[in-house]
Unconditional design. Structure first.
Length: 680
């Protein structure tokens, strides 16, 4: 049975599930898919094992202990839906629909079952619930790119195979999207040079021809410094600049403010290394930059992506196959999202609540949130300011419903838990945000126990609430058809029947693909170095360097002298698989990696236990001493469940602050101290 991986990874693999006697007995990557090419990752290779795990939630549950204790009793679906219906109706009558917060995460990226809550948005629109602003992942970079390019969707990642210089900027490809590596290797076989820019010498950086390790959060300064070198050589593409850009004279003045010596002081790099890479970019066509979401999770994240998008504008690489910037391809998919969401069902506009600021939203919002629905998310383990989130979820007057597959840290705070299906048990449609293929997922087996697809859960809830809006009861097939058959030429001929039969379909775009051959989707139709949209929203019309907030606070930086970065782990995907025994064994306990000089200053040695923390909270980890990190940086990985690793994880230390643009999260703009834990 053909399907698609639902997880929050750019590769969105096509898979094949083998069924015997109505049981899923095998899963492998689809060898016919041009991007997957038969391979899955180390995580998803254990997907069927995970689905059959003994801690899988199979029945509706009601809390019987205090919030946070994780004690529940089994109830029937009718009992669960009756209680939810009654509580929501009472809350809506007394406090209004906006007292309900539907909180969606990225546990599944399927349009029908998960992504941005499409499965339940119609219901919550009818109820007049608050809108959920999905700010936690990519919003800063996406918004910054839209100021410059009109979209966050850039080059086709497959076209990296045509590049002569590839810069993997703030992305660990071999861990977070390893299928792209094939195309990188094709380019290298044809003579391409590979550069990794990352404050940590990752698996990917170790394989690169060159590695630059800037201070976290200084990427915009580095990008502008590289442009300074390029312009100093007279290597800008005047023809492209004249025909296809807006605001070049102004950007040129901004670039002049970032000579290599200043950039070296900001980034901690050697000026000669900045100059060398700038010269290499200047003389190498085409150059491609691959940047993913970790790059923009700091105070200047939006401006960092704006600056990166300008580089191929100055060199003219946007006009060359194998040149440009790859961040996310999601914006290229012309599916009919509006038909799925049905915002027209809202009786009036409602407030918007930020995903990144869940703790604040639960503790400080006025009027208060009275009901929280958590779908495909584990915010206790994944959100900033873990202890603040816990305080919010512990409110006695907050009614919390969690749709889940496993007893996560967040489930422990639920009043009602509803059992959700896993990917091979329901129908769904996916796009890749790292390729150009629309994907179909056919259910291969019946769900275990009483698990239901999220879409069916909301249909049943609407029925229990007596709601009469017909669209609330559309089947999964009807939802998929409304999404797919948008009429856009890039989806011409892609019908539900065809997609279901073939499993995937590439967008009807050329190969290689020059996304802006006919202009940029900006107001001017050009690449806007000078953005009127940014000005209207209160931002600098030009990209600039915004320093990390917790570095700029000199008192704080002195108290907490290490910058903490928490990258994606190799064996978990966010917190998915964080309870898998074998993947936990392979991942090992939480670790904190320090440069030898920083470890020596603190009297710490490899294998020691350490407390990593600040005034917001702390977590414990085993010390690793290595020059894979630069001095002043403490590196760890995200994804560990708090209750399985001593009661807290890295996000206990992260603040609920916004990035410069879009209100994004700032996970990598966190200062900590690392020390031996107190004796208990």
């Amino acid at each position: 049975m053909l399907g698609a991986c639902p997880l929050d990874c750019p590769d969105t693999c096509s898979w094949v599930v083998t069924v015997s006697d109505r049981q899923a007995v095998g899963m492998r990557g689809n060898p016919d898919h041009p991007f997957t090419r038969g391979a899955l990752c180390v995580k998803v290779n254990r997907y069927l094992e995970q689905a059959a795990a003994p801690d899988r939630i199979l029945y509706p549950l009601r809390r019987v202990g205090p919030k946070g204790a994780g004690r529940f009793e089994r109830i029937t679906w009718d009992e669960a839906l009756d209680e939810i219906s009654m509580r929501l109706s009472d809350i809506r009558e007394e406090h209004g629909g906006e007292a309900i917060w539907p909180y969606w995460g990225t546990g599944t990226l399927g349009y029908v079952q998960g992504l941005e809550g499409y499965a339940g948005r119609r219901l919550f629109n009818v109820l007049g619930a608050s809108q959920h602003d999905a700010t936690i992942c990519s919003v800063a970079g996406s918004t910054g790119l839209k100021y410059t390019m009109g979209t966050s969707a850039g080059m086709d990642p497959e076209d990296l195979a045509l590049s002569k210089l590839i810069i993997l900027w703030g992305t660990n490809t071999l861990t977070s999207g390893h299928h792209l590596w094939k195309f990188v290797q094709e380019a290298r076989a044809a003579g391409a040079h590979l550069v990794a820019i990352d404050p940590v010498r990752t698996r990917t950086a170790q394989q690169a021809d060159e590695h630059l390790a800037p201070i976290p959060g200084t990427d915009a300064a580095l990008a502008l410094g590289l442009l300074n070198v390029i312009v100093g050589m007279g290597a800008e593409d005047h023809g492209f600049l004249d025909r296809h850009t807006l605001g070049w004279p102004e950007l040129k003045e901004r670039i002049a403010q970032f000579p290599p010596d200043r950039v070296a002081a900001i980034t901690g790099l050697l000026a000669e290394d900045v100059i060398a890479l700038g010269e290499r970019i200047a003389r190498t066509r085409p150059t491609a930059i691959r940047a993913t979401m970790g790059l923009q999770r700091h105070a200047g994240g939006g401006n960092a992506l704006r600056a990166l998008a300008c580089v191929p504008g100055v060199t003219g690489d946007w006009a060359r196959p194998g040149g440009g910037l790859s961040y996310s391809t999601g914006g290229h998919f012309p599916v009919d999202r509006a038909a799925l969401v049905r915002d027209d069902l809202l009786a009036r506009p409602t407030r918007t609540l930020s995903m990144t600021r869940l703790g604040e939203g639960l503790l400080e919002q006025d009027p208060p949130v009275k009901a929280l629905f958590v779908i495909a998310a584990n915010p206790v383990a994944s959100n900033p300011h873990q202890n603040k989130v816990r305080r919010g979820l512990a409110r006695a007057d907050l009614f919390t419903v969690v749709l889940e597959q496993f007893p996560t840290d967040t489930v422990d705070y639920a009043d009602i838990v509803l059992p959700a299906t896993m990917q091979h048990e329901h129908l769904d449609v996916h796009n890749g945000y790292g390729h150009l293929y629309l994907m179909w997922n056919e259910p291969a087996v019946a769900p275990p126990g009483e698990c239901l697809p999220t879409s069916e859960t909301f249909r049943r809830l609407a029925r229990h609430m007596g709601l009469t809006e017909p669209s609330l009861y559309d089947s999964d097939e009807e939802l998929a058809r409304q999404l797919i058959e948008s009429g856009h030429p890039w989806l011409a001929g892609v019908t539900l029947a065809r997609l279901r039969k073939e499993g995937f379909a590439r967008l009807n775009v050329p190969k290689p693909f020059l996304p802006f051959a006919e202009g940029f989707p900006t107001p001017s139709g050009k690449l806007e170095f000078l953005s009127s949209a940014a000005t209207r929203e209160g931002h600098d019309p030009l990209p600039d360097y915004v320093p990390p907030a917790e570095v700029s606070d000199t008192v704080r930086a002195a108290r907490y002298p290490l910058t903490l970065v928490s990258a994606a782990p190799h064996h978990f995907l966010n917190t998915v698989f964080g309870n898998n025994p074998e993947l936990r064994r392979r991942a090992g306990e939480p670790r904190i990696t320090l440069h030898p000089s920083d470890a020596a200053t603190r009297g710490l040695a490899a294998g020691d236990r350490a407390r990593v923390g600040n005034e917001r909270g702390s977590f414990e980890a085993a010390v690793e001493v290595s020059d894979r990190v630069r001095p002043g940086v403490a590196a760890t990985t995200k994804g560990h469940w708090a209750k399985l690793t001593g009661g807290s994880n890295v996000n206990a230390t992260v603040d609920e602050r916004d990035s410069d643009i879009g209100g994004g999260a700032v996970y990598h703009d966190t200062r900590v101290e690392v020390e031996a834990p107190p004796i208990r």
